[in-house]
Structures are given as C-alpha cells and as structure tokens.
Design a protein around this ligand. Structure first.
Ligand code: PLP
Length: 293
C-alpha cells in the first residue's frame, strides 16, 4: 500500500521541472548568465515550493493511515490552496483553519476556489488563531474533525525541509549564486543545506521581521555562504509598489506580487549595479505563486 502511494507521488512529479536561461540585453552586457528553476510549472495549483513542502507530509499522513489533512493560513494563503488541491488530487479530505472569524466561504475568489476543491473551512477568531501551534487547540480540532494530520501554517516543518532540500540536487549544473524568496524560511533553509560550499545563497524576504528565518537558515547552512538581502521588501508582506507592479507586468515569465516579483526585481537590480562578477552564473528559484485574485 505504501509503495502504491509512493508511486502516486512519483507519478505526480515525473518530469523534473525545467531550468530556463533568461538572456536579456542586460545579462549580455554584464556577461552574467541568469537561470530560473521553474517549479511554478509543476502543477497549476500544487506547485512551487508548496509541492516541495507537502510531498513528504502527504506520504507521512498516508503511512499513518490518516485521511484528513488540516492546516492553517490567511485568507489568501498559497499554502491553503496547495493543500486543498493536493488533497483533491491524492484522495485526502482537507480542512483549512482560516484566520479571521468575520470571513466566510465567499469572502474572496481564493476561498471559493479552495472550497470548490472540497476543503472544509473553519474561520477562527484571531485570538484563538494565535494558539495554532498548541496541542490543546489541536485536540479541540480533533474533537471536531476526528483523526487529522496537522500541517503547520505555511506548510513548514521538518518534512517540508526534507522536500525543500531536493531542489538543488535536481539542478543540471553548479551556479555561483542561488537566489530565493523567503516567507517562513523553510525553502531557503533546504537550499542552504544543499548548495555547493563555494557558492552563495542570497535570500530575498517578503517580511520585514526575519529573526526566526535567519536563525532557521543559518542552522541549516553548511558554511557562511548565505545572506539575507532586505533591500527589496517594498514595505513588507503583501505590500507592493508601482515599480514592482510594472516590473511584474512586463517580465517575461509570470511572477506573483508577494514573493517572486521581489526576488526577480532584486536580482535584476543587483545585476544592474554590478553585484555579480563578469562570467558568473545566477540561479533563481521560481517558487510559484498564483494570479488568482
Ligand atoms: C509560500 C511561498 C514562499 C515562501 O516560502 P517559505 O518556505 O515559507 O519561505 C515563497 N514563494 C512563494 C511563491 C510562496 O507561495
């Protein structure tokens, strides 16, 4: 049975997501080669780093014989959509605990989408939501929903790290610089633990408070070759600016406004400012994101 499920997971992610080179006038002028690992192409909904983070959690839930996944998130969470969609695809029931008791299933298109995927939604008041890591709250949720496999907010746990550490080994070559977005820092930690020691990982956070992310990433890094660049926050999570908006609108591949647009904007700005030496190579990790409003 377990092997069946492993096969299902393998069948889902058969072709390794492609690496694409982005050649522009700027990259040619600077003699820097820019590559993108296109994890956004894995699946329309279960994609990007959300797939990396869910993969071993799905396996663990299945092995434990639990058929319901429960997770937490905001009304626009990418992780909530990915979980709803993965549940539908792999045959799990799903429950989404959404922050904000004032919300309802039809508050926005994303919530409509996840409920159409079969996810049951529990709208939790913000005070109770703060207890989302507490066992006592988990017990109350078990009283409501029966046996549940709980995935933390953002999908971030040890198994998510394991999934995220598979990105770099999949790449066809070594790069001088690896660049990624950062929310909880789980994806960055997975990459930090696997990049070559003589390369550098540059992490572009979307949140201004990053103490926990820094300590997580540094605890997984194998050397000092990791740095956070906070010059491209654009005011923080879910904030944007007209510069960023026009960059996104004209960029040659789809980007989301919370994470990947800041990453790509930042890398191209560094490129313009001669941060990357001539003849170096840069790999951007495209972690996905949705254009659903
Ligand atoms: C969730 C998400 C991130 C943040 O990933 P972490 O592992 O939490 O740092 C980055 N990019 C996209 C597109 C995401 O959906």
């Amino acid at each position: 049975m377990l092997d069946d499920f492993s096969d299902k997971l393998k069948a889902f992610y058969t072709a390794v997501s492609p690496v694409q080179e982005l050649v522009t006038e700027l990259s040619q002028e600077k003699s820097v080669r820019i590559f993108v690992k296109r994890d956004d192409l894995i699946h329309p909904l279960v994609m990007g780093n959300k797939w990396r983070k869910l993969k071993y959690n799905l396996q663990a839930a299945y092995s434990a014989g639990i058929d319901t996944l429960l997770t937490f998130g905001g009304a626009y969470s990418n992780h909530i959509i990915a979980t709803a969609s993965a549940g539908a695809h792999f045959g799990f029931r799903t429950v989404g605990v959404i922050r904000g008791e004032e919300l309802s299933v039809d508050s926005n298109n994303r919530l409509i989408e996840v409920s159409n995927l079969g996810m049951r939604l529990y709208f939790m008041d913000r005070e109770t939501y703060k207890l989302r890591y507490d066992v006592s709250l988990h017990d109350r949720l078990r009283d409501l929903y029966g046996q549940i496999y709980i995935i933390p907010e953002g999908g971030s746990n040890e198994l998510a790290l394991k999934g995220s550490s598979e990105i770099v080994p999949e790449l066809p070559q070594r790069y001088d610089y690896y660049c990624c977005s950062c929310g909880t820092g789980t994806t960055a930690a997975g990459m930090a633990s696997t990049i070559p020691l003589d390369s550098q990982l540059i992490i572009f956070p979307s949140l201004s408070k990053i103490k926990e992310q820094e300590s997580l990433v540094h605890s997984y890094a194998r050397s000092n070759n990791v740095l956070f660049n906070t010059d491209y926050l654009f005011g923080g999570y879910a904030k944007s600016g007209s510069d960023l908006t026009s960059f996104m609108a004209t960029f040659q591949i789809p980007l989301d406004s919370v994470y990947t647009s800041k990453l790509f904007y930042g890398v191209y700005d560094l490129l313009r400012n001669d941060y990357f030496p001539r003849n170096s190579s840069v790999l951007l990790y495209h972690s996905g994101g949705y254009s659903l409003e």
